[in-house]
Structures are given as C-alpha cells and as structure tokens.
Design a protein around this ligand. Structure first.
Ligand code: NI
Length: 170
C-alpha cells in the first residue's frame, strides 16, 4: 500500500469529473486500498479518486468516531437517489488544507453504489456519513466545497488558498 499525493485547490485536475468504473480490476482495488491508507494518514473522513488525480467515479469514507472501530466504506459509481432535509455543517476538505467552512447539505441521503467487489448496495445515511457522502460525490463531478459558498466567503477562501500555495514547503 502507498500514501498518494493529494491535489490541493486550485489545481485544475480537481475540476475534472471521474469516469464510470466498468470493471473492478486488481489495479483499481489497489487504488482503493491506497486511497484508504492516504485518507487515514492525512487524517480525513473521506477521499475521492479525483483528489489523487485518478479520474474514476470512486470514493472512500470512514466516519467512525474517535475510539470506535474503523468503518471503511467504498463507493464505486455512486448515485444519490434521494435527499431529505437540510443541515449546515462545518466542513473540511483534504484539498483545502486548514480550511473549515459552513456548507449546506441534505440531512439524509439514499445512495446506491458498488462496493470493492463490484456488488451493488443501497444505503440510507444521516449525520456525518450523509455529509461525507455528498461532499465526496461532489468531488467526482468536479464540484468543490468552495462552489457551495456565498460570493464573499468564496473569494476569501480562494485568496487564502492562493497565499498558502505560494508559501515555501519544508
Ligand atoms: Ni473534499
């Protein structure tokens, strides 16, 4: 397994949507394992393939609370079938290091996807898991957290990320 490089905003590659996965090859399963390792190393609660420059409809999430056993979930070719309610949540994103922004999302979602073995499943999610699913699903369409903000917050976050980008890294 390997920790992959996470692309940071404003990298244009984050704007490219993922392609549909036709077959879960060994190579893609390796990518899934590497993405999980990358997410845990960050650490984060979700990671989309498009964030590591792999243009596939695929993301991983683990929303287990601290001290709870891990709850890794793999979503391949996900579709959001239904959304209910609205909730505002203070979101972070591994492609926006250090940023936290209030984003409005549906409170509950019903999602259909394939797992690591290609088996289709349906899931009703709420709480943090529902937020993470919507956030990662957005990534697969090339949509980022910043797109969900009002004009002022959008501008501030954009500037903050550009400043961060020009700072030397050790
Ligand atoms: Ni993100």
């Amino acid at each position: 397994m390997a920790v992959l490089t996470i692309l940071h905003y404003p990298d244009e590659r984050l704007r490219q949507p993922g392609r549909k996965v036709e077959a879960l090859t060994d190579e893609l399963r390796q990518l899934i394992d590497d993405m999980a390792e990358t997410m845990y190393a960050a650490p984060g609660v979700g990671l989309a393939a498009t964030q590591v420059g792999q243009l596939w409809q695929l993301f991983v999430v683990d929303c287990a609370a601290e001290g709870e056993p891990s709850d890794l979930r793999v979503f391949v070719n996900p579709e959001i079938l239904d959304k209910q309610g609205t909730v505002t949540f203070d979101e972070g994103c591994l492609s926006f290091p250090g940023a936290r922004e209030e984003v409005e999302r549906a409170e509950r979602v019903r999602v259909r996807a394939q797992d690591r073995d290609g088996k289709w499943f349906e899931l009703e999610a709420e709480g943090l898991l529902a937020i993470a699913i919507q956030h990662e699903y957005d990534h697969l369409q090339g949509v980022l957290m910043i797109d969900r903000l009002g004009p002022l917050k959008k501008r501030l976050l954009h500037r903050k990320m550009l400043r961060r980008d020009t700072q030397p890294t050790a």
